[in-house]
Design a protein around this ligand. Structure first.
Ligand SMILES: Cc1ncc(COP(=O)(O)O)c(C=O)c1O
Length: 396
């Protein structure tokens, strides 16, 4: 684990200048990212597979790098364009959809797929959250002649939809068993709420045990219909960055999905994820520096505004990202000026060491939407910018 010191950011700034970068970029720090990948892998229980959450790492080269280093070809995608792009970049990818697609989106995807790529359809698991959605997909399979791999979303307490064990699941499993074109590829149970529950009278432990009991009951129902061997081998997906470190064996899940923890935006600065390092930054050039805070029209206020504070004020190229400034220290947004996506305004201490053309650095709050805002991704190898990547051309 290495600290984010002044030397670190000065070194990163030098590397950006040397590469003649003069516009806002997203920076991926490879040594930090690699340590995160290695930690994630080392922490996985024996035989646990890892599925990369593509929407949280929406840069094709980044996904390929992680897949190689983490030895996985499993991806989780959240929209049709992203699924298509993952399969373009990694033709052997196994893609689980992390949310149900409307049947219209699924039909469009199948229609747009070139004939030469039809074989890739069996690499995709379509998420089914309700009997009605199942029926739509059964009809789609019949109409298009495609065999479809279906993964059932199990509600383990998050209540973002999905199926609960019991008669409804039973009926769906029976329908699937009788369908020759739709196949039970697995279950998905997502539980990011667990680490967020307040520690009141054992609530978190009860919620965790309850989530696992629900998933276990769904697996038992699947065993009764499809047999133990099918359930042993099917995709049993659980987890997300907030919860991956809760799993100690493969009794329930045989794969865990995570993305954000590897680049660690600030929303993931949690106790469970403290071993992971921030590995993504926004670098934005400073366009203007003033050693006074000149509020708009202050000179016409006839003293209403008082004496201008003697602080440093800056305008950056771009701004208003979902991100927190981390270097130089002491920068803050200002309520009077407000925010700007064009030239953001910030103030800092009077003697802040900053000049036009310097960079400020921010940590994104989340990766999935923020990364897509940067056409250029600067890959930092710890000394220099070793490559420039581009993000996916879709929103998550
Ligand atoms: C179904 C599902 N699994 C896993 C994840 C975890 O993604 P991350 O690790 O980036 O939080 C998400 C995130 O939204 C999700 O929706």
């Amino acid at each position: 684990m290495s600290r984010l010191t002044r030397e670190y950011f000065i070194g990163l700034q030098k590397a950006l200048h040397k590469k003649a970068i003069g516009e806002p970029v997203l920076v991926i720090d490879m040594p930090r990212l690699n340590r995160n990948i290695d930690k994630l892998r080392a922490d996985l229980p024996a035989d646990m597979n890892y599925r990369i959450v593509a929407k949280s790492l929406p840069i094709p080269n980044l996904l390929s790098h992680i897949a190689k280093r983490a030895h996985t070809n499993r991806f989780m995608s959240f929209n049709a364009v992203m699924t298509r792009q993952v399969l373009d970049h990694i033709p052997k990818a196994d893609v689980l959809h992390g949310k149900p697609f409307t049947v219209a989106a699924a039909a469009q995807f199948l229609q747009d797929l070139p004939i030469s790529r039809r074989a890739q359809v069996k690499q995709i698991q379509w998420l089914i959250d309700s009997p009605a959605r199942y029926q739509q997909y059964a009809n789609l399979a019949r109409k298009t002649g495609h065999d479809l791999q279906l993964n059932l979303e199990i509600d383990v307490g998050l209540h973002r939809g999905g199926l609960t064990p019991g008669p409804e699941l039973e009926k769906l499993l029976q329908a699937l068993a009788a369908n020759r074109q739709c196949h039970l590829a697995g279950f998905m149970g997502y539980e990011p709420h667990l680490p967020k529950l307040p520690n009141l009278q054992g609530w978190p432990a009860r919620a965790k045990n309850g989530a696992w009991a629900l998933y276990g009951a769904a697996l038992d129902q699947a065993r009764a219909v499809f047999g133990a061997a099918h359930v042993a081998n099917m995709t049993r997906n659980m987890g997300g960055s907030p919860t991956i470190r809760m799993y100690k064996n493969t009794d329930l899940a045989n794969e865990l999905a995570a993305g954000s923890a590897l680049v660690k935006p600030t929303d993931f600065d949690t106790r469970l994820l403290r071993v992971f390092e921030a590995a993504s930054f926004i670098a934005a050039p400073v366009l203007k520096v003033s050693r006074k805070v000149h509020f708009p029209a202050a000179e016409f206020a006839d003293g209403l505004m008082g004496t201008p504070p003697s602080e440093t004020s800056i305008f950056t190229h771009g701004g208003y990202w979902m991100a927190t400034p981390v270097f130089p220290k002491g920068l803050a947004y200002n309520d009077i000026f407000g925010r700007s996506t064009n030239q953001d305004f910030m103030t800092g201490p009077a003697k802040l060491a900053i000049e036009p053309d310097d960079f400020i650095f921010l940590r994104p709050h989340q990766s999935e939407a923020v990364f897509l805002q940067f056409p250029k991704v600067a890959v930092f190898d710890g000394r220099k910018i070793s490559d420039i990547w581009a993000p996916f051309s879709v929103s998550a």
